[in-house]
Design a protein around this ligand. Structure first.
Ligand code: ASP
Length: 317
């Protein structure tokens, strides 16, 4: 089986610097080459993205750097492993499910909470498990972390310190965007913002976002309520008039939205806020980027946003 490992950056390959850990060339590469030389890993090729980044600095352009590397090597390899920083790994995993339409091979994202050169690092184990899984996983984008094999468009970083740092439910559909043939979707830069409601919050940012942004992910309470406020209502009205999609998600990590349950959420229906059901925040943001990049018509954008595309949401609440 031909395997390509793409080193994109992140703690797994970092070394100590004056300002703290930062990405370094060769750390992951040397470890993998050594494992191959000792017969512990099967032979594989390694591509290092330039520059390597702390995933805190990732943008949709960085998602595309990974996606295009996979696309350009699609014919030559049977499976792909991506070594990535953990902070935005869930965004990248979801983004890859939207970018790689017709994906027929496994793509495994992994990383580590401690650099691979540090005593007791989780990197060696995560890499070894990724190598095992890339040889048997079904087609799709998966995250391999701390012994867990997780759904790429449903995954979220759930712990900031423990090795077992990711969670995802299994999802209703596999983590891939099906299509008749392989096709790479390129994300373009948009003005998208994530807005969370909070008790007594200022409406200023919501109003400004509604007047200026291309898309908004709105983090509602629980099953889909928001505080009663004229400013927020005005913002939702403005977004609707401007054709700016407002994509609602829940602040609760489990369960998702059930819009229409409470009068306190009626304003969301009134201004046609799009029901994200149980989509994660990360997948909602990535999906908005890709749908805006692919489709200019507001009604079709709305339709695509509320329809499962790559297993990122359940069909019904
Ligand atoms: N800041 C690092 C990153 O996301 C954290 C990690 O990889 O664990 O690149």
């Amino acid at each position: 089986m031909a395997i390509l490992l793409i080193h994109a950056g992140g703690t797994i390959g970092m070394v100590e610097s004056d300002e703290g850990f930062s990405p370094a060339q060769g750390v992951v590469e040397d470890h993998v080459n050594q494992q191959v030389a000792e017969g512990l890993f099967p032979p594989m090729d390694i591509v290092r993205l330039d520059p390597l980044i702390d995933s805190a600095n990732a943008t949709p352009h960085d998602w595309h750097r990974i996606a295009i590397t996979i696309a350009e090597n699609m014919e030559a390899y049977d499976g792909f492993i991506v070594a990535h920083g953990t902070d935005t790994l869930a965004y990248t995993a979801a983004a890859l499910t939207f970018a790689l339409e017709g994906l027929a091979k496994p793509v495994i994202l992994t990383g580590a909470m401690l650099p691979i050169g540090v005593e007791g690092s989780d990197g060696p184990e995560n890499l070894a498990a990724s190598v095992t899984h890339v040889q048997k996983a079904p087609a799709g984008v998966w995250v391999q972390f701390a012994g867990r094999h997780l759904h790429g468009s449903r995954v979220r970083k759930s712990h900031s310190r423990q090795f077992d740092a990711f969670a995802a439910d299994p999802g209703e559909y596999p983590p891939l965007r099906s299509g008749p043939a392989f096709r790479l979707h390129q994300p373009r830069p948009w003005n998208i913002v994530i807005l969370a409601v909070a008790p007594g919050m200022s409406d200023n940012v919501a109003r400004y976002a509604a007047e200026t942004c291309d898309g908004i992910v709105l983090r509602c309470y629980g099953s889909g309520t928001v505080p009663h406020s004229e400013g927020l209502e005005q913002a939702l009205a403005t977004a609707w008039q401007r054709g700016c999609p407002v994509f609602a998600v829940s602040q609760c990590p489990e369960g998702g939205l059930a819009l229409g349950t409470y009068a306190a959420g009626a304003v969301l229906k009134k201004y046609n806020v799009i029901d994200g059901r149980d989509i994660t925040l990360e997948a909602a943001y990535a999906k908005l980027v890709f749908i805006l990049s692919q489709e200019a018509n507001f009604d079709r954008q709305r339709q695509m946003l509320q329809t499962p595309l790559a297993g990122e949401m359940h069909t019904a609440s």
